[in-house]
Design a protein around this ligand. Sequence first.
Ligand SMILES: CC(=O)N[C@H]1[C@@H](OP(=O)(O)OP(=O)(O)OC[C@H]2O[C@@H](n3ccc(=O)[nH]c3=O)[C@H](O)[C@@H]2O)O[C@H](CO)[C@@H](O)[C@@H]1O
Ligand SMILES: C=C(OP(=O)(O)O)C(=O)O
Length: 430
Amino acid sequence: MDKIRIRGGKPLNGSITVGGAKNAALPLMTAALLTDETLTLTNLPILADINTLCNLLLQHGVAIHLAGAEKDCAGREIAFTARDVTNTTAPYDLVRKMRASVLVLGPLVARCGEAKVSLPGGCAIGARPVDLHIRGLEAMGADIRIEGGYVVAKAPPGGLRGAEFVFPKVSVGATENLLMAATLAKGTTVLVNAAREPEVTDLAECLVKMGARIGGIGTDRLTIEGVDRLHGARHSIVPDRIETGTYAMAAAITGGQLDILNTRLDLIKAAVKSLAPAGVSFTEIDNGIRVSRTNGRLQGIDVMTEPFPGFPTDLQAQMMAVMCTASGAAMITETIFENRFMHAPELMRMGARITVHGSSALVRGVERLTGAPVMATDLRASVSLVLAGLAAEGETVVNRVYHLDRGYERLEDKLSACGADIERIRSEEE
Ligand SMILES: CC(=O)N[C@H]1[C@@H](OP(=O)(O)OP(=O)(O)OC[C@H]2O[C@@H](n3ccc(=O)[nH]c3=O)[C@H](O)[C@@H]2O)O[C@H](CO)[C@@H](O)[C@@H]1O
Ligand SMILES: C=C(OP(=O)(O)O)C(=O)O
């Protein structure tokens, strides 16, 4: 398993180009199952999760054509053609590698009338059930059973029917699954208390390009009038706001200045709202954002994670790392996942003072962190340890960085180009 070694204490200066959002790319790729024509996605990030989903789509019969890297862009272009869906089973071996695989469920039932998708199971950050995906499809007339660890779904004769579904809690994945399913259902579907994350909006906009009729895009009430068929389209994936926020925090924690390119300030409003009063400056520049912390130590501030437009849970671990060296205390409250503080004990190994009480973590800032060997437990926890390592005195070795490779493209190259002393230690051992 690869490791990352960092010798910390250097302010970062330079520019970093952000890729397309992993969390938009994954549902968009599964949307290719909804049509027999070609869906071409551009600004696709090069990540382990994208490869995992390509493997799943291949075994559903989707033809995948890699058009190569785009000029002046971190991403690449891939054409997905699901002319015939040859297999409607998503097997455990592929789904267990990545929970987002469950996003094939809605498109398969809508297009083929049936699907058998492995239950993804829990993960390090929480139990993460898929009951809302199932209940929503049932409301649209699907017959669903759980058999041998699989969700076995069948559409009624004549196909899924439009329905009103009120989400009892906001779910990004369930909104995406039901939105995709509803595009091919008979009649009108209304999704109430739907997720409003930019990745959901990006999916909806692509579906419209494919011929879907969707109202209320960007709001928590989506109205979808089903159509008989969707067609091909070409779509550029929205910039990754979590990667953007992560590099903004790299500038903040190291006291440097970064130009973060191929991204937009409006995507990270909630993070700016928290980081600006803490002492981080944000300016819009051509094709991106300039982020700096030039005036001494940051101030501790309180943060609570919430569905969009609130502070994203996927930036909570990075924010905790930043608060570790701020002056004063910071209370960080996680409301989305029940077990998303796995990075706290690892940060404490680097000298952070953190007390976790249930869903809140009290961080009392220290003057400086010290490097240590640490263990990554999930994607964002991993990158929070990298951020802490960039600011720490001495050497930090982050183990189990395969989590990082799910969501950050060439992280060590991007950071070292801005002056970080960071390298990957490759290992053949699994
Ligand atoms: C690939 C992708 O886009 N992943 C993102 C997506 O995950 P994902 O779509 O899995 O997250 P959800 O928004 O569905 O989960 C939010 C909360 O709802 C719960 N829940 C969800 C579905 C369900 O059927 N029942 C249920 O109880 C979950 O356990 C969690 O507590 O949104 C999360 C919340 O912004 C992000 O952290 C993930 O990075
Ligand atoms: C939790 C995340 O991803 P996933 O939903 O794919 O596990 C994430 O991107 O931080």
